[in-house]
Design a protein around this ligand. Sequence first.
Ligand SMILES: Nc1ncnc2c1ncn2[C@@H]1O[C@H](COP(=O)(O)OP(=O)(O)OP(=O)(O)O)[C@@H](O)[C@H]1O
Length: 278
Amino acid sequence: MTAAIEIENLNYRYPDAKRPALHDVSLTIAQGEWVAIIGHNGSGKSTLAKNINGLLAPESGRVTVAGMPLNEANVWKIREKVGIVFQNPDNQFVGATVQDDVAFGLENRAVPRPEMLTRVHDALVQVNMLEFATREPARLSGGQKQRVAIAGIIAQRPDIIILDEATSMLDPAGRSEVLALIEQLQARSAMTVVSITHDVDEAASADRVVLLNDGEIVEQGTPAALFTHGEELLSLGLDVPYPERLKAALRRRGAKMPDGYLDQEGLVKYLWTLHSTM
Ligand SMILES: Nc1ncnc2c1ncn2[C@@H]1O[C@H](COP(=O)(O)OP(=O)(O)OP(=O)(O)O)[C@@H](O)[C@H]1O
C-alpha cells in the first residue's frame, strides 16, 4: 500500500532563526492511519504540518504526499489532497449560512452546481449538521462550528485531513463531538488523519502517537505504549490521559494498579474488579 505521507530527513529553519525548527524528521503515515503529533509549545508541530501541505518549503529532505513529491509543480495538486482544520472555529467561516460555507471551497474549484449540492448535502449529513444548513455559522456552538469546518473539507474529498489544534478552543462537550466525528470518518471512509494536539485525550484516540521535542521525533508508538511512559511525558511538559492520572493518584493512596496503559473503559473495568474484591 502506498503511504499517504512520507517524510524523509526533513530539516526546516525559519529565516534568521539560530536553531532549526525541524531537525532530521522522518515519518511515514499509512493510508487510513490516524497519527497524533504531540509536543510542548514550540516543539515544531505546526511547522511540520506546514511542510506537509507546502505552506513552507523544507531546507533539505523530502516530503511525498499521496504518491506525489512535494515541489512547486505539485503543490496545488497536493493541497487538494490535504484538508486542514485550524484551531479557531471563528476564523474559518466565509459563508453567510452553513451550506454556503461548506460550498465555498467547491465554488472555488468550479465544481458543477448539481454535484456541488450533492456534496454539500452529503458532507452535512456526515457531520450530522444537515438540520443547520440554513443557519448562520456565527450562532453555532464551538463544536458545531468545527463540524461545519470539517464538512467544508470533506466536501472537497481530500485523502488526508490535518487537525491543527482543532479541538483546543472547544469546551469538553465540543471536543468529544469533534473527536467522535473524526473517529467515524476514519472508520467509514478510511481517511488519513493527522492530529496536531496538546490534548492527550485526543492523542489517545489515534492509532499512533508521535512525540516531537525541540524539532525532533523523540518517541513514537501506539497510545498504549507511549502513555505508559507517563513520567517522561510529564518531564517534557506534557500531560498524560485522564485514566493514567487517576491511576497514579489511586496508586499514591495505596491501591494496587496494573502497570500497563488503561484507556477509560479499561480503567472502569479494573476499578470494578477492585470494588468486587474489597
Ligand atoms: N514564523 C516564524 N518565524 C520564526 N520562528 C518561528 C516561526 N514560527 C515558529 N517559529 C519557531 O519555530 C519553532 C517551532 O514552532 P511551531 O509553531 O512549529 O511549534 P508548535 O509545536 O506548533 O508550537 P505550539 O504548540 O505553540 O503551536 C519554535 O521555536 C518557534 O518559536
